[in-house]
Design a protein around this ligand. Structure first.
Ligand code: FES
Length: 60
């Protein structure tokens, strides 16, 4: 499923970028361009990052 329609970035791709160290919306945008178009997806991107951070913290 696409998260960012403007850059055709899927939720799975966003998770892959998070897994390889992109743990902010800006870092994800630098890697794949997500969020750098209309901005509609920014809220969902932030939600994914927050979930990943929470998961990483609970695993630590
Ligand atoms: S949907 Fe992501 S920037 Fe437009």
């Amino acid at each position: 499923m696409f998260v960012c329609i403007c850059r055709a970035v899927t939720e799975d791709e966003v998770h892959e970028h998070c897994s390889s160290g992109a743990m902010s919306v800006d870092a994800i945008g630098e890697r794949c361009g997500a969020g750098e178009g209309c901005g509609t997806c920014l809220e969902r991107l932030q939600q994914i990052v927050n979930e990943r951070v929470a998961t990483a913290n609970s695993a630590a």
